[in-house]
Design a protein around this ligand. Structure first.
Ligand SMILES: [Zn+2]
Length: 391
């Protein structure tokens, strides 16, 4: 409790908030877990705690639409509260680590115990990803459409949608693969939510899958390489991809250990196609490279020439809209939840590596300097883990 006007005052930062087309030097005052006031100058004497953000970007807390944080229950999962300050991420979407049989445990042990806001997609496979290496839908008995619908109904505050990993070594070939894919679509429709499809080396083509997706459904790993990509054999963007994006299908990055290829992103951007949202797919095998964190993933888009404002938008207001929570999240509007990321812009020459081991040199690296979660300043910050090249 404080008698001051603000619990925290972020001073002299460069505020970038695409949700309200705000970009400029502003002070941000926080009180009782909400954004209390934004102005060109607020009185530091009115604040219990002042954070000097001079020379740094003050943006809405980042939203990572693809992580795995079912720690100690599901292999490769990470700790949400450790990832949060390292990346300036205040809301995470766990992408199907749990399924109908273990979602209650996920809620009790992760969602309710972590300070970071964790939302989740429910895996079509009843066991989620606890035995992911065997392919969670290779045995068709594991597909649990009714269970997914029931789980979402039981946990409407946490379970926001449905997840399927549509690779042939996961869902099976031919009819079996199609059957699982259609079950996942049906579960999304019956639960009144949306479907995230992990595209891999799938038994069906990307255009074939897109025919079944509606506004609000999502393709993650959209810049994967391999034999099935969003480009055709001549390297042109599939017309169906452009059409799907136009009708509101979400194209999410989901960088991961195998799903971000420089040439793919470059080619898509050159053809006027941008992802809807930037996400990491962080798990134990990509945390120490090539992904590291959200700001590093965002920096890769800066290196490709996407303007900073749009990169911030892809990590704040757009994912908030995908989650249906844009009134509260992904924004610094007065009265909204005080989730804030302070990002430091470091300049130099940084080795940025894609999921296929190809390196490019970026000249700007964003690093999480401070994170405020629901009005509370979180200890720690991101490190500059990219190799810095001497001139
Ligand atoms: Zn994933």
């Amino acid at each position: 409790m404080t008698t001051k006007t603000f619990d925290i005052l972020l001073r002299r930062g460069e505020v970038i908030d695409p949700s309200q087309a705000l970009h400029g030097p502003r002070d941000v005052g926080i009180r009782d877990g909400k954004i209390a006031e934004i102005a060109e100058q607020l009185d530091a004497a009115d604040a219990a705690h002042v954070v000097d953000a001079k020379g740094q970007y003050v943006v809405p807390g980042l939203i990572d639409l693809h992580v795995h944080v079912y720690r100690d229950h599901c292999p490769l999962s990470l700790d949400a509260d450790e990832l949060s300050p390292a990346g300036g991420v205040t809301t995470m979407l766990d992408a199907g680590s749990a399924g109908p049989l273990n979602f209650g445990g996920f809620r009790r042990d992760i969602v309710e115990r972590q300070q970071t806001q964790v939302l989740a997609l429910v895996n079509l496979s009843c066991i989620g990803l606890i035995a992911y290496q065997f392919g969670e839908l290779m045995d068709p008995r594991y597909a649990d459409r009714a269970g997914v619908v029931r789980t979402i109904a039981e946990h409407p505050d946490v379970a926001v949608g449905v997840k399927i990993r549509a690779s042939r070594h996961i869902i099976g070939e031919g009819e079996q693969g199609w059957s699982h894919f259609k079950s996942a679509v049906a579960a999304a429709r019956e639960s009144g939510t949306w479907l995230m499809v992990h595209i891999g080396e799938s038994p069906m083509s990307i255009p074939e899958m897109l025919e079944h997706l509606e506004e609000g459904d999502c393709i993650t790993h959209c810049f994967k390489g391999g034999s099935q990509t969003i480009l055709d054999a001549e390297g042109r963007l599939h017309p169906s991809v452009r059409e799907a994006a136009a009708r509101g299908v979400i194209f999410d990055v989901g960088h991961g250990a195998g799903s971000f290829q420089w040439e793919m992103v470059q080619s898509a951007l050159d053809q006027g196609f941008e992802p809807t949202t930037i996400s990491t797919d962080l798990h134990a095998l990509n945390l120490h490279g090539p992904v590291y964190d959200m700001p590093t993933t965002m920096s890769k888009f800066l290196a490709l020439g996407v303007p900073l404002k749009r990169v911030i938008e892809m990590a704040t207001s757009r994912p908030a809209r995908v989650l249906g929570r844009d009134a509260e999240l992904g924004t610094l509007r007065v009265g909204s939840v005080a989730d804030v990321a302070v990002l430091e812009k470091t300049s130099g020459k940084f080795l940025l590596t894609d999921s296929y081991g190809t390196r490019r040199v970026g000249e700007t690296l964003l690093v999480a300097a401070a994170t405020i979660r629901r009005g509370v300043l979180v200890a720690g910050g991101g490190g500059t883990r990219m190799r810095h090249l001497a001139e």
